[in-house]
Design a protein around this ligand. Structure first.
Ligand code: BEZ
Length: 178
């Protein structure tokens, strides 16, 4: 039997895992959708001007594809301590069922910022979300870079996400307008 813990990434963990893993696979979680509804006071914004980053929002009709990483048991505790620290701004660990694109399924762990957490922003009109993302900057860099990195990483993996691609396109158009 394979030892280790599968950690599912749907945001920055896709393009910047910064964790030791034995293997990675594209995977899907059902019943969840990716949304730019979580505030970021510590990475892509600051407390008085938070940026927007992704979380998973429950929706029985949707699913979300991302990247799953198999972390060895020997480093799992340290890995989770590191991720707990990195994602301390409202994210909590959840158990999820992962379906691999190449076939098969496995239990895994994902970090989700639930509605109502201390940094929660929730939905907003798309143009307002784009403007917030365009103007926000935090210790980890510009919020717009986060959106671009996510869009690029999803395209690279042939993952479709209309929510992300719409915001990315609108940001690009807004940039063109100056
Ligand atoms: C992720 O990529 O899955 C992720 C990144 C930041 C916070 C929570 C989750």
């Amino acid at each position: 039997m394979m030892s280790g813990v599968w950690v599912f990434g749907y945001g920055s963990l896709i393009w910047r895992p910064d964790i030791a893993f034995r293997e990675r696979r594209i995977a899907r979680v059902r019943g969840w959708k990716r949304r730019f509804w979580q505030g970021s006071h510590d990475h892509r914004g600051v407390p008085h001007a938070p940026g927007r980053v992704v979380t998973l929002v429950p929706d029985p009709d949707e699913s979300c594809e991302g990247m799953a990483y198999l972390v060895d048991d020997s480093v799992a505790e340290a890995t989770f301590e590191g991720l707990d620290h990195r994602e301390k701004n409202g994210y909590e660990r959840h158990a999820v069922r992962l379906e691999f694109r190449t076939g098969g399924a496995c239990d895994g762990v994902v970090y989700i910022a639930p509605a109502g957490n201390r940094a929660w922003l929730g939905p907003a009109p798309e143009d307002a979300m784009v403007e917030q993302i365009r103007r926000s900057v935090g210790p980890s860099g510009a919020n717009i870079e986060y959106l671009r990195e996510l869009g690029a990483a999803l395209r690279e993996l042939a993952i479709d996400d209309p929510h992300v691609f719409t915001l990315e396109r609108m940001a690009l158009e807004a940039e063109g307008r100056g």
